[in-house]
Design a protein around this ligand. Sequence first.
Ligand code: AR6
Length: 231
Amino acid sequence: TFTAELENKNEDQGSLNDENSSERSFVGRSSCNDVHTLAFPSISTSDFQFDLEKASDIIVDSVSDFLNKFDSVRLVLVDLSDKSKILSLVRKKAAKKNIESNKFFTFVGDITQLYTKGNFRCNVIANATNWRLKPGGGGVNAAIYRAAGDSLEIATKERAETLSPGNSVVVPLPSSSPLHLREGVTHVIHVLGPNMNLQRPNYLKNDYVEGCKILRDAYSSLFENFASIFK
Ligand code: AR6
């Protein structure tokens, strides 16, 4: 079962009483209870319109492969609503595959407010980005840039100008960023998944052979980049 999310709910409740102390307690912190935690949204399944059944299979396979290789890590799939179809598909398939529920679980909440609203600490978050690595555009990309302030755009430009589908890039978040200060997020990993939305550039014309390959590449790039942060 996926109860780990509830266990995390009350961690560090005390420090929330004093806003300043909770902010201070995060600066320079790189792990959550010595466990490196990556929170990630379901790449490509909203604006990019990727099929949810296929995406949930790929998420569960990719998570399972990664967790077989690493200890002391947690992966957390996040979505905004408790009615999220992708969260329930992934929960069901992860349970079937016997993935350890303390190492991988789902969490309902805004990925930019996991600590302040959800009392759940994640030091690394993933973003479902666009090929130009630009702010805005809606979805989780707009939310992350909004929450992180200008410093994320500047730090991103230092790392890369564009991204090809199936790839990701790690961006260290300056400690002055509100997302770092308030939420304890030290790194954002931008991930570009396959695009099935014909209103967006480079759409795949329903080619799910290519689409699935790109989505698998996107998750392995994301998880490898996450591991590279603490290796
Ligand atoms: N917190 C957690 N999950 C979220 C949040 C949030 N604040 N906002 C959205 N989600 P999407 P894509 C979930 O559309 O399909 C952008 O415009 C959402 O419910 O953000 O990869 C970019 O610039 C869904 O489960 O990303 C790209 O052009 C998941 O995040 C394009 O959209 C991904 O939804 C990328 O499209």
